[in-house]
Design a protein around this ligand. Sequence first.
Ligand SMILES: [Zn+2]
Length: 134
Amino acid sequence: MKKTKSKRKSKSETRKVQDLLWQECRRIIKAKYIKDDRYYCFTCGKEIEGSNCQLGHFIPNSVGGASLRYNLDNLRLQCYYCNINLGGNGSEFYRKLVIEKGQPYVDALFELKNKGSINALDHYKKLLEEYKII
Ligand SMILES: [Zn+2]
């Protein structure tokens, strides 16, 4: 009983930190990629606004793990269609990322795959402190 309680408590704390971290990621990426007061989908290039303006992962959470989930290098603005309907539009994401940053940058992201999943909460807390001051 005690175990269940503490487990639930730590889960909700993780959730809370994750929500805050995601807000910071959105803020930072939007500020970084705004062009003439407009936002554009990284993969299809269309102008996006409102709820259609999403934050998409290059390497998805399912394979990226804790080290890439809130990694700013792994995040770009995407439209709903590319992010959700096309599941991130991975091949185009890859192509554009190589054009923007070069192959070594992309390779470095792949090397982070599934690393840092131990003590994810500590990792998230550390990131949150870093991102708050960007
Ligand atoms: Zn798009």
